[in-house]
Structure formats: structure tokens, C-alpha cells
Design a protein around this ligand. Structure first.
Ligand code: ATP
Length: 325
């Protein structure tokens, strides 16, 4: 990885309450230039509130925010000039075509006719929207709308981009194409702050991940470092019938058995030695599993261990594979 020494986003001691509901209870965020920072959290954890404060749409009750070297309290305009925001609710105008939407933003940014047209064309190319450029957005698929929304964010050439749940509700193919676009943006030096409910998305894209829960950041680090913090590795054993499953379950402490799937999860560090111990123990009672697989801890394990609130994290839209369940 490149050596990133400058922070694109620094927030310290952010607090926000709505009435007596404390949503953010003193959070600190540092995002290095040219990296992807993912904020994870169950529904209602305060992710959008954080994005709104970092992007100056909302004022914090306490704390400070510096974006691309500009303090939002004293140099809000300069901070805003450096950022682009793509929210959960698309900003595109359905009645206009893709090209017209891009042109509108270019005009709004006073880019000048020629430059606006050229930048719009480049973005249509980059985001694979050329064929639909002259069709009204009302005819676009969800994935196309999200791509156009992100393209519109890029018209102003922002150095820091905020993506609030960029792939919620997208089908797997559209998610992957969005991920690819995000990777290309970071490769060009752009800094990305994204919120997501999808742990695999954070794992795929983020250099650092923060888990927000109860108004605080309960864990922060690289995806690998976070995975090392929680147990979650296990051997999953499959059995041919319920009787074998029950006998096997009695051999170990701390196991989880699934009587419908006829599987047993035995906590393990995933080493060959531990696997041998498990199989030897079953062998002593003459129990033979019909299949087995090893599982290393993943971000799901981190999330559930740290938030204790897995159910609340279920997305309200269709969940693509890898969503929080
Ligand atoms: N303007 C507001 N007035 C009152 N309460 C608010 C306001 N905005 C947000 N909240 C509350 O603050 C809490 C955090 O909301 P926020 O939208 O930041 O969460 P989130 O983590 O983004 O959730 P989701 O994943 O559902 O988008 C919620 O309980 C929400 O109801």
C-alpha cells in the first residue's frame, strides 16, 4: 500500500443529540488521503448523522471537523468545495436524461459549456452509461441510477467523497460494478468515506473500518486486525441424521448445533492440530461426520460480537448475498 501520511478527514469528539436522544456520544474519525474508510453500524446507529455532520449538512453539538485541511466551522465553503456526497436517496432528476442531469450539475458548478459537455461525456463513458445517455432517468435500472448519481457527484472533481450506503438495494452484479468504480476512484487518489450495512462490502473495499454502536465507535482498524479481535473461527461438521448430531454435540463444550441442517459448529482456531483433536474425539465414540468445513472469523463475527445487535442491522431492502443477517 502507498504511504499515506496526510489526513483527508479528521473529526474529534463529535456529539449530537436530537432532543434527549443522544445519537453520537463523542466520536473520533481520521481518514488518510487516498484511502477508503467504512463506517458500519446497525440501523439507527448514527451513520447518516455522522455523514451529515462531516459534509456540513448538520451541525454537531460539540466537536470539530477538518476536511482536506479546512475546518468546517471557520472555512465551511472551502471544505464543501473539496467534497462530493452521494446519499441513500438519489439526487437525480427522473424527467431529465442522464446527460442532462450531468449538464445540470456542470452548469450549477459554473464549469462552462465546453468543459461541462466534455466532463459529462467522460463520466458517461467511465460509468458505462453512454447507451442510455439520451434516455430519461425514469427508464433506468437501480444500478444505472446509482452510477449516474455517483457520476454527478464527480462532476465537481471532489477529492473527498462520501457514499452513504452506496449499494443498498442493488443486485449482486450492480454491486460489483459499483465496487469496481469505487476502487478506480481510490486508485486515482480520491478519499472515500462510506457507510454500509454490508460487511463483505467493508471487507472488499475498506482500508480501515469503524463499527458504530450506541453512539460510540466500538472498534476501529483494518479489516484483518478487527477479525483477529474476535473469536468466530469454527469447524462445521455435517451429520447424516439427528441421532449422530446429538451424540456429537455431547462430546464438546460451547458448540452450536443446527437440528434442521444437521450441522454442529465447534469453536476452533482453524489449525490442523485442533481439527485432528475434534475428529479424534468423535472417533473415540465411533461417530463419523458426513462432511466438514473450516471457518475463519469474518467481519460478521466482529460485527455481532461488538454490537450485540445483529437483528437490528438487517437491511430493510432486499439483502444481497453477504448482507448482515
Ligand atoms: N432530524 C432528526 N430528528 C430526530 N431524530 C433523528 C433525526 N435524524 C436522525 N434521527 C435519529 O437518530 C438516530 C440515528 O439515525 P441515522 O439516520 O444517523 O442512523 P443510521 O445509522 O444512518 O441508520 P440507517 O442504517 O437506518 O440509515 C435514529 O434513531 C434516528 O431516528
Amino acid at each position: 500500500m502507498t504511504d499515506h501520511s496526510k489526513a483527508a478527514i479528521t473529526a474529534s469528539g463529535l456529539r449530537k443529540a436530537f432532543g434527549d436522544h443522544v445519537v453520537l456520544d463523542g466520536i473520533d474519525v481520521t481518514v488518510e488521503e487516498g484511502t477508503v474508510y467504512a463506517m458500519l453500524g446497525p440501523n439507527g446507529a448514527g451513520k447518516t448523522t455522522t455523514v451529515n455532520i462531516l459534509t456540513t449538512l448538520l451541525t454537531a453539538d460539540a466537536g470539530s471537523v477538518v476536511i482536506a485541511g479546512h475546518d468546517v466551522a471557520s472555512a465551511g465553503d472551502a471544505a464543501r468545495a473539496a467534497i462530493g456526497v452521494t446519499g441513500q436517496f438519489s439526487a437525480v432528476d427522473n424527467l431529465l436524461t442522464g446527460r442532462e442531469n450531468l449538464q445540470l450539475i456542470a452548469d450549477f458548478r459554473h464549469l462552462g459549456k465546453k468543459e461541462g459537455r466534455e466532463r459529462g461525456q467522460r463520466l458517461l463513458d467511465q460509468f458505462d452509461l453512454v447507451d442510455s445517455a439520451t434516455k430519461p432517468v425514469s427508464t433506468y435500472s437501480q444500478g444505472m441510477r446509482r452510477r449516474l448519481d455517483l457520476a454527478m457527484t464527480l462532476v465537481g472533481n471532489p477529492r473527498v467523497i462520501f457514499l452513504d450506503e452506496p449499494t443498498t438495494g442493488l443486485d449482486p452484479r450492480s454491486r460489483h460494478s459499483m465496487w469496481q468504480l469505487i476502487r478506480e476512484l481510490t486508485a486515482s487518489g480520491v478519499t472515500i468515506f462510506l457507510t454500509t450495512q454490508y460487511l463483505d462490502e467493508a471487507d472488499e473495499l475498506a482500508d480501515r473500518v469503524a463499527v458504530l454502536d450506541g453512539g460510540r465507535i466500538v472498534a476501529e482498524g483494518t479489516p484483518d486486525a478487527l477479525k483477529q479481535r474476535v473469536p468466530g473461527g469454527h469447524v462445521q461438521l455435517q451429520f447424516a441424521d439427528a441421532a449422530a448430531l446429538a451424540r456429537a454435540a455431547a462430546c464438546f463444550d460451547g458448540v452450536t448445533s443446527d437440528e434442521e441442517a444437521l450441522t454442529l459448529s465447534v469453536p476452533s482456531d482453524g489449525s490442523p492440530g485442533e481439527l485432528r483433536t475434534v475428529l479424534d474425539r468423535l472417533g473415540r465414540d465411533g461417530i463419523e461426520p458426513s462432511g466438514l468445513s473450516m471457518h475463519s472469523p469474518d467481519l460478521d463475527d466482529v460485527f455481532f460480537a461488538l454490537t450485540g445487535n445483529g437483528e437490528a442491522a438487517s437491511p430493510t431492502t432486499d439483502s444481497p448475498e453477504g448482507a448482515v443477517r
